[in-house]
Design a binder for this molecule. Sequence first.
Ligand code: DX5
Ligand code: ZN
Length: 230
Amino acid sequence: MVQINPSILSADFARLADEAEAVRGADWLHVDVMDSHFVPNLTLGTPVVEALSKATSTPLDCHLMIDEPDRWAPQYVEAGAGSVTFHAEAAAAPVRLAREIKALGARASMALKPATPVEQYEDLLPELDMLLIMTVEPGFGGQAFLDIMLPKIRRARRLMDKHGLQMWLQVDGGVSASTIEQCAEAGADVFVAGSSVYGTDDPAAAVRALREQAEEAARRAADAPPAPSA
Ligand code: DX5
Ligand code: ZN
């Protein structure tokens, strides 16, 4: 099932409750947490997540671009996140951390930066509810989509299928009307979109349009004959 998660990184931080309301109909709100260490940018922490979770009924998808997620991620569940994504490159004990996030009642997800191969995490996939494949270098909104990540998205979906996993595959970075179809055809089903939603006059309409495009592309891919495995 296609899900569209607008990223509030491109929203007006002084009006977050209104900005959440502006994308009514979105599946999740994507909340980018940056610590100025793991990435060269600083955004927000648990107090803002807690306030936002009380201000909206849309569940929060927290993407932690931070060092030491083993130490900090559980607090984001307690602050109200429904899904918590930590980076593979930063986690000391990803299996233990995923189990802890789930035990606290949230969905557990792991993100891979563009240069991190998915193959080395094949054995961990059953521990996760979602895998996030970054389609830009994490840190900033509004960057150009890296289409060299498309084969990695395909390989990730193939690994999930090989193990019979129903888990979600999220893409984040440069997702827009011109790139979402390629992502859906490659096997992604959860789409983060910042500037292509909040950069428009009607964010809710942008969410609907992206959803339609992704659903149509996913249908096309399902009807197509299986691609030769390369
Ligand atoms: C980037 C963040 C993204 C960002 C995406 O590091 O993880 O979630 O908000 O922004 P767009 O959709 O503008 O590339
Ligand atoms: Zn993100």
